[in-house]
Write a new protein. Structure first.
Length: 337
């Protein structure tokens, strides 16, 4: 593999790996794969769970025949704290000092127990200011991730969260996503236990605002499982195959109506007063694709799955992942760092 790094994305549900690059306006995927993340990796610090996750990572890397050891790491946004701030145009050292001074306003834990990273999203030259994404994570979490990765024989180059990584991917491929013009777009990271909404606007389609709420795929799965008296596997099949227009055996629109309404209401509150042309959903949306139709129907805004397959260079590997590439958006963004 020619690249000096690749990306390891340790999600709540899946551990994902990707080696990609941008070629003109296309996405070239050299290696891609995923496996289930250890169920208790993020909830406990038990050594056997760390070792289990490291073995999962090691097998993935070996299976993909990746020889590079250096990696960029992405971790779930649900275990970090993110904030967008407009700051004076200072150097990095001065910015970090200024941010730490006011960090207690948005980080609900002692600053001495926190790792803080920042990324310049945009520069407002006329005002002499910068738009900065600040990401904070517990030091214990970062140390656990580093230990796990090193046990797998890899060398961490960077660690960031899903918001940072996915925003980079979206800004990089904004032309491919038809994010042109003056209207903004909302991109929803539909995760296992939560959803993060991001608003992009401007020529570069820069991230301007984000909001996270506690509705994710798992709640829909649980709702269907309980109300249909089925097991987890069957409930997952119901969500995956559901199509309201195809006379389905299980009416998910009725079964999960309160949850769907709450999900749509969160998006509605987020987009109020914003000029939004499109809404895109990614991540675990590939397991419940019809949710995009519910959103479109209720909000009357063009809504679809953000699937990088549409602008990826095609080959047998890419074709085999055609229906699930949206789960790799943050992974791809991490490899563009």
């Amino acid at each position: 593999m020619s690249n000096s790094t690749f990306c390891l994305d340790i999600g709540e549900r899946y551990t994902k790996i990707a080696d990609i690059k941008k070629v003109n306006d296309s996405l070239e995927i050299n290696a891609i794969g995923k496996a289930d993340t250890n169920e208790y990796f993020y909830s406990t610090d038990v050594e056997k769970n760390i070792e289990s996750e490291s073995q999962t990572i090691k097998k993935l890397v070996e299976g993909l025949k990746i020889n590079t050891r250096n990696i960029n790491i992405v971790i779930p946004g649900s275990f970090t704290y993110s904030q967008l701030l407009v700051m004076p145009n200072l150097n990095e050292k001065e910015l970090i000092s200024a941010i730490k001074y006011q960090a207690d306003q948005f980080i609900p834990m002692p600053i001495e127990e926190t790792n803080i990273d920042l990324e310049i999203i945009d520069e407002y030259k006329e005002q002499g200011k910068l738009l900065i994404l600040i990401v904070a994570a517990p030091k214990k979490l970062i140390e656990k991730v580093q230990t796990t990765v090193e046990l797998a024989g890899l060398i961490p180059e960077s660690i960031e969260n899903e918001l940072s990584a996915s925003s980079r991917f979206i800004s990089t491929f904004n032309k491919n996503l038809n994010l042109t013009g003056n209207s903004g777009v909302v991109v929803a990271n539909f995760g296992l236990n939560s959803t993060t909404l991001s608003f992009f606007e401007g020529d570069k389609k820069s991230l301007l605002e984000s909001h996270t709420f506690a509705i994710g795929y798992h709640l829909f799965l649980k709702e269907v499982q309980i109300n249909t008296d089925t097991d987890v596997k069957k409930a997952a099949e119901i969500l995956l195959s559901y199509d309201k227009t195809a006379n389905p055996s299980y009416p998910v629109d009725v079964i999960a109506a309160p949850l769907i309404k709450e999900f749509v209401s969160e998006i509605k509150r987020f987009i109020v007063s914003k000029k939004v042309s499109n809404i895109y959903l990614f991540n675990e949306i590939f397991l419940f694709p019809y949710l995009t139709s519910f959103v479109k129907e209720e909000l009357k805004v063009e809504t679809s799955e953000l699937n990088p397959y549409t602008f990826a260079n095609k080959n047998p590997l890419v074709d085999s992942y055609k229906n699930e590439l949206s789960v790799y958006v943050s992974t791809f963004g991490g490899d563009l760092r």
